[in-house]
Design a protein around this ligand. Structure first.
Ligand code: GDP
Ligand code: MG
Length: 443
């Protein structure tokens, strides 16, 4: 089972003695375990292969952070690669179109289309104050239209009045027209499914798509069906212009295999997750949550992150104090740059200060190793006195420092400016009620 993959990985790798870079042999053994776990979770073979290749490339030679074990390090790499495969950031439903915006729901019978239609309608109505009309195009099961009407009443959303004898396409046209005349923002079209993918189903869905010209086509799939869900998705994406996937019954899925394959195989983003039968059982898709589920735990990932953060925690703490009291000098900045090159030093430090979590990523992104090394060289070219008294660095000193660091004076200016900016920011944060101040704007 998937549960405990992280434990197994740690087990394998932690038997190995010594620290430092991960060797190819260590990583190979861990990758066999990853591969087995993914296959057990019903992840598509092609995805398993490219996934393990990616992890292997990243893990071999990776430095093991002080205070975590090699196993934990690999778990972290697996986690990050999972998140990437799942499609980093969540993609929201798109309503950038002239209302009424049509949303077409497609999928097999029993996948959760009708339930999800009502869930989405409820959310749009309650959270975004949108006026929503729902229509069932399910002409095969008489109870299906009734089911949507009942759910509509329950969540307070209008449903299109039922007219007997109309085809799915006719109902779709009528729904869009009624939504237009009624001033609705969104019109949701809930189609009939089949027990399996067949030509009649595909033809009907494609015809409805042509008639309704939906802005979003959401494919609803049951995550419990694992690889089948992915095969279904492949069939649908070949025939209609699927814009997003809703994975249902995630509440019962301890494995996450469908989620992992879905994005990689279909190229379509998972937009929402169904997490219960209830009308509020709808969640935005967060790749890291699924990654944690796949790994069977969240602890090791956060542990490694913490370890990275707490590199030289004591020193960091002391600097944090100095920052807040406005005494953050260039010596401190240099220490920070050193730590940053050691992975996550800045993040560790920032993590100790209130209200800055959101900023960490930005900071890390803005500074690559080359830039950091350049900045460090500039500070190294200063005298200790200059580092403690950055305000006293005049034009002459700037030129000397630049020369010593092998760059131009503008590089020195940049470092001084960065230091000033950070010192000011820190001082502001230390002051009363300043938590929401400068950071809020940056986050
Ligand atoms: P449809 O045939 O695609 O319209 O599927 P339905 O919406 O009628 O759903 C079929 C069954 O799955 C119903 O009993 C739903 O309550 C249930 N269901 C739908 N989504 C979820 C979900 O996310 N979690 C759970 N546990 N059950 C769900
Ligand atoms: Mg239905």
């Amino acid at each position: 089972m998937f549960e405990g993959l992280s434990t197994r990985l740690s087990g394998i790798l932690d038997r190995l003695k010594g620290r430092g870079a991960l060797s190819e042999a260590d990583v190979q053994e861990a990758m066999r375990e990853v591969r087995r776990a993914l296959l057990e979770a019903d992840v598509a073979l092609e995805v398993v292969r490219s996934f393990t290749d990616k992890v292997r490339d990243r893990a071999i030679g990776a430095e093991v952070i002080k205070s975590v074990t090699p196993g934990q390090m690999v778990v972290k790499i697996v986690h990050d690669t999972l998140v990437e495969t799942l499609g980093t950031d969540g993609v929201a439903l798109d309503f950038q179109a002239v209302p009424p915006v049509p949303i077409l729901m497609v999928g097999l019978q029993g996948s959760g289309k009708t339930t999800t239609t009502a869930k989405i309608a409820k959310r749009l109505f309650e959270k975004q104050k949108k006026k929503v009309l729902m229509a069932s195009l399910d002409t095969r099961r008489p109870a299906a239209m009734e089911q949507l009407a009942v759910l509509g009443k329950q969540v307070g959303v209008d449903t299109l009045p039922i007219v007997a004898g109309q085809s799915a396409v006719q109902i779709a046209r009528r729904a869009v027209e009624a939504a237009r005349l009624g001033g609705y923002d969104v019109v949701m079209l809930d189609t009939a499914g089949r027990t399996h993918v067949d030509e009649a189903l595909m033809a009907e869905v494609a015809e409805v798509e042509r008639a309704a010209k939906p802005h979003e086509v959401l494919l609803v799939v049951d995550s419990l069906t694992g690889q089948d869900a992915v095969n279904v998705a492949r069939s649908f994406t070949g025939r209609v212009n699927v814009t997003g996937v809703v994975l249902t019954r995630v509440d019962g899925d301890g494995r996450g295999g469908a989620a992992l394959s879905m994005r990689a195989v279909t190229g379509k983003p998972i937009k929402l997750l169904g997490t219960s039968e209830k009308m509020d059982g709808l969640e935005d898709f967060h790749p890291s949550r699924i990654a944690n589920r796949i790994l069977g735990m969240g602890d090791i990932v956060s542990l490694v992150e913490k370890a990275a953060e707490s590199i030289d925690a004591e020193k960091g703490m002391a600097i944090a104090k100095r920052m807040q009291s406005g005494q953050f000098n260039l010596e401190d900045l240099k220490d920070q740059l050193d730590q940053m090159l050691n992975i996550g030093g800045m993040q560790g430090l920032m993590g100790m200060l209130p209200g800055v979590k959101n900023m960490q990523k930005q900071l890390a992104g803005a500074m690559d190793d080359k830039a950091i090394k350049r900045q460090r060289a500039v500070i190294q070219a200063m005298t200790p006195w200059e580092r403690r008294n950055p305000k006293e660095i005049d034009g002459k000193r700037r030129r000397r420092i630049a020369k010593g660091a092998g760059t131009g004076p503008e590089e020195v200016n940049k470092v001084l400016k960065m230091h000033r900016g950070m010192a000011d920011m820190m001082k502001a944060m230390g002051g009363p009620g300043a938590k929401r101040g400068p950071m809020a704007g940056l986050a």
